[in-house]
Write a protein of this length. Sequence first.
Length: 318
Amino acid sequence: MVRRLLAAGAEEVRVFSRDELKQHDLRVALDDPRVRFHIGDVRDRDSVDRAMRGAELVFHAAALKQVPSCEFFPMEAVQTNVIGSHNVIESADAHGVRSVVCLGTDKAAYPVNAMGMSKGLMEKVAQAFARNNPGSATTVSTVRYGNVMCSRGSVIPLFVEQLKRRRPLTLTDPDMTRFLMSLDEAVLLVEHAFTHAAPGDLFIRKAPASTVEVLARAVAKAMGVEAELQVIGTRHGEKLYETLATREELARSQDVGEYFRVSVDARDLNYGQYFDEGDEHESEIDDYHSHNTERLDVDGVVELLNGLPAFRALLATS
């Protein structure tokens, strides 16, 4: 995201995080005076305020993202994913930021784990701000997409490393399906939200999916090796398939080609509207999930992988 903003001619980009090592590595890699680095934590409102002064656009991606760790430490997920997001949004409003885009996840739809529940609450915090502050100059929106291939925490780098070491590929459940998306597609979704969002909008990226077994075999085929698979069982809090958009959201959504645009439910606390009125159309809609989206076979995933610079970089490392 930083590189795309710099390439687009941004005069200044601020990177705010608590990880000084990653900031140092990025500073060395970019070597660009337009990038300013701020050490802080979204849990600490004062540190957020210091970085927010004078900002025009905010992309909020800070989160605890690992499903198992959030299962064991759910209050840590709440502190970062919910309270931290609230701090970012309130600070942006206080400093007159034009637009805030909050990064979501498919695990926020019908969540069964602490990570998904906390990210779902992040979405609710963003939508509640839009609903309760119609006069704010700050547009707060959220984006939601599935797994970004080859990103930090993705299973693909693990598969590559296991194959290089001639070890079996460890699968949780071969029939488990996951959405597949490139980093470029994820960044384009954020840019779309910055450009087109109304307050409270949720943008959902459509994407193909595959089973975990197909993904493992595709990585092996792309590397020209034979895959040996080892099933280790489902981890804490994992789902058989991921939902990107619920039928309740789709009932108030707009299909804009590559995305669904879900408008905020702007009803007030007039409970008669909730209990006396219904939507017959909603019962005719199915969720949009990784079991009913376009399903790729091994060759389809291989083609997708070969088009990823991040995957080629993985193969080039020893």
